[in-house]
Design a protein. Structure first.
Lengths: 171, 256
């Protein structure tokens, strides 16, 4: 049986991270982000009993969120909002499903005139940008990011350090 | 490096779910949980029987053991002492019983817990216990305060008003103290980053994985390691300083 305390802790640990990820993913649409986050947690509650405790809970919830958002866009058939259409085809090594990331970054860049941050972030290569965003903006730790993108914790740590150094130079 | 970290941290703080959304979603999940996972065994469905069983177990544990009773009641039994485990175990059983009762009863219980932890903290400070143990107690207080905050949301939403005005006042006062503490910590972090000297800058290069801008998060434990001994010692000193300041501000707020 699912222990309520366990689920409560899971909720408290992940609500901020997953909200930030979804908010970023839906281009700062607060209401949509809140709706999607609610649905994502309801899904997580349904399957909480069967989730494999060997993998990080955050990585598991991230996978649910990613799939849920993909389904949302598919169901909406909102062609203009489909992230991959906004991105040029010259980004080698970036999978179609990951292109949303570049689009979101571009939208944030347009929206936040005050800050050069997104401008500078967009100058990093895809993987560095992803690591910096997930760690410093969304709040995931290195081990969780490692599980999400299939790399070791130390590799992520080194990459994050290098990326921050690059950002420092760019700023 | 500090500037980059600060800008990222600031952006992170700007993208946070509102408190109203957070508590509303938890309420929804809580009721969904009740529907999906509430045990269906017959005796569990009967609250009187359920509470009596747990209360009986508590009575047996506390009553049959003088040590248990002493551990539970004594403020001298604090974090790091041998009997503290027994004390916490009894409190956890008590919490299990209270969890199933009205929000008002739960609020009273959590307020009592916070007061107990604070009294323990005072004893620990008097005895000059290590900062790490005091930090643990403070984390417990913080966790209990968060629970109290959630209970308060529940209380606000129930159609029945709280009859006990003193209780309402105590809850409000405690939540106010909590807000002040949070705000102070946040401002302190901002000021620390703003006033960072070039020497700090160099130190931050050495201590790559330190994340002074993030709020303490139980799930981020695995990713962060200390860079070197000097930086670790510096952080320990800073933590001790912060602990003292927080205690001072708590005392001020209590006096008010």
């Amino acid at each position: 049986m699912v222990r309520k305390k366990e689920f409560e802790k899971f909720y408290q640990d992940n609500i901020d991270k997953i909200y930030r990820f979804v908010f970023f993913r839906v281009n700062k649409d607060k209401e949509l982000a809140e709706d999607l986050v609610s649905e994502i947690f309801m899904k997580a509650l349904e399957h909480f009993e069967s989730y494999d405790k060997k993998i990080s809970a955050s990585a598991w919830l991230y996978t649910i969120a990613k799939n849920h958002i993909a389904n949302h866009w598919r169901d909406k058939k909102d062609v203009e909002s489909l992230p991959e259409l906004d991105v040029s085809d010259d980004e080698d090594g970036v999978g179609l499903e990951d292109r949303w990331f570049n689009t979101a970054m571009a939208k944030f860049k347009q929206a936040s005139d005050k800050s050069m941050l997104y401008d500078v972030l967009s100058k990093l290569d895809f993987e560095d940008r992803q690591i910096v965003t997930f760690h410093y903006l969304f709040g995931y730790n290195y081990s969780e990011i490692g599980q999400m993108i299939g790399k070791g914790e130390s590799a992520i740590k080194v990459a994050a350090h290098r990326a921050i150094k690059k950002l420092k130079k760019l700023l | 490096m500090k500037l980059v970290n600060y800008k990222l941290w600031k952006e992170k703080k700007a993208i946070e779910p509102s408190r109203a959304f957070r508590s509303a979603l938890w309420k929804k999940l809580d009721s969904a949980w009740q529907d999906a996972y509430q045990p269906r065994v017959f005796w569990y469905q009967m609250p009187v029987l359920r509470y009596s069983m747990v209360a009986l177990a508590v009575l047996i544990v506390v009553g049959s053991s003088g040590v248990g009773a002493y551990a539970y009641n004594s403020l001298e039994v604090t974090e790091g002492t041998r009997l503290y485990g027994i004390k916490r175990a009894i409190e956890r059983v008590e919490e299990k019983v209270v969890e199933r009762r009205k929000p008002e009863v739960q609020a009273r219980f959590y307020l009592k817990q916070i007061e107990r932890r604070e009294a323990e903290e005072k004893v620990m400070v008097k005895r000059g216990r290590v900062a790490e143990q005091i930090q643990k107690v403070e984390e417990k207080i913080e966790r209990t305060e968060k629970r109290l905050e959630m209970i308060n949301v529940k209380l606000d939403e129930t159609s029945e008003k709280i009859k006990d005005d003193v209780l309402k006042e105590r809850i409000d006062k405690r939540l106010e103290i909590m807000e002040i503490k949070r705000e102070k910590l946040k401002n302190k972090e901002i000021n620390r980053v703003k006033s960072a000297s070039p020497a700090d800058h160099a130190a931050s290069n050495l201590n790559l994985n330190q994340e002074p801008y993030e709020e303490s998060n139980t799930s981020t434990g695995t990713g962060d390691v200390v860079g070197d001994n000097d930086a670790g010692a510096g952080r320990e000193t800073r933590r001790q300083g912060e602990t003292k300041e927080r205690r001072a501000s708590d005392t001020d707020a209590d006096t008010e």
